[in-house]
Design a protein around this ligand. Structure first.
Ligand SMILES: [Zn+2]
Ligand SMILES: [Zn+2]
Length: 139
């Protein structure tokens, strides 16, 4: 992956940030913690050096959740709208940027599906469901 210069923010716009640097890796994480924390099939995170992420607004709107057990883990979200925002991993070595919070992203961003063996049993079958441009047809 090459050097990126991206902007992002939460849904309500209180938290805004910029990302400038070369990601170490970007991945879909299918582990159970990520599925619970996102309420979805997987987290989508970019791992990048801490000094690559600069918050430009809303620092005081960020709530940090530290997962007390198991694998080192934390999550940050906007306390007004609940959107995931970048957070420093427990080791302090990497920032994790939720990729869905970015405004524009290159399409070849994702390097890996990690914790693949923990994936939801409806993930792959869901990908093969019929696609609708908006809502599904009414019955
Ligand atoms: Zn927000
Ligand atoms: Zn995970």
């Amino acid at each position: 992956m090459t050097e990126l210069c991206l902007s992002g923010g939460c849904y309500c716009g209180a938290v805004r940030f910029e990302v400038q640097g070369e990601p170490n890796a970007s991945y879909f994480c299918h582990c159970q913690q990520c599925r619970k924390l996102t309420g979805s099939a997987h987290a989508s995170n970019m791992q990048i050096a801490p000094d690559a992420v600069h918050f430009t607004s809303g620092n005081d709107s960020i709530t940090l959740f530290q997962c007390g057990s198991g694998r080192a883990f934390s999550s940050a979200f906007c306390k007004q709208c609940g959107s995931g925002v970048p957070f420093l991993g427990k080791s302090g070595d990497w920032m994790y940027v939720p990729i869905g919070s970015l405004d524009d992203t290159p399409e070849d961003l994702i390097d890996y599906n990690i914790f693949w063996d923990d994936r939801a049993n409806w993930y792959e079958t869901g990908l093969s469901a019929p696609c609708c441009s908006e809502f599904p047809p009414s019955e």
